[in-house]
Design a protein. Sequence first.
Length: 129
Amino acid sequence: MRVFLLVTLFLTAFVHADHVRWQSAYDKAHQEAVKAKKKLMVLLIEDECAECLKMLSTTFIDQPYIAYINQQFVAVIVRKGQKESYPIEMLYTMEYPAVFFLDQNELFVRETVVGYMRPDAFKKHLDLK
């Protein structure tokens, strides 16, 4: 819970920064993706995870590809063990952070990112030049 509060405070501090527009509930994010005909980008994190915070503060803030992410995806943060529903059997990992890319039918559209990924590598992963 403490990490979630820190992430929320951290993201609030960067309101003027270019950042990913994160949703906090998987089901609502999926419904929005279907309605908007967008893909889902699911960031799975766990509490007390330094690499998760690093990824949120470097890879997903003030990067040239943020507008692309917000345009093409509905992004959602899911915390390990959260009470809200998400397809845990499909989005299963033992390493954090993990980023899953799904279509509207919840099928994988891109290779999963497991562990911290630097912004330049993430941009390459998105196939952006």
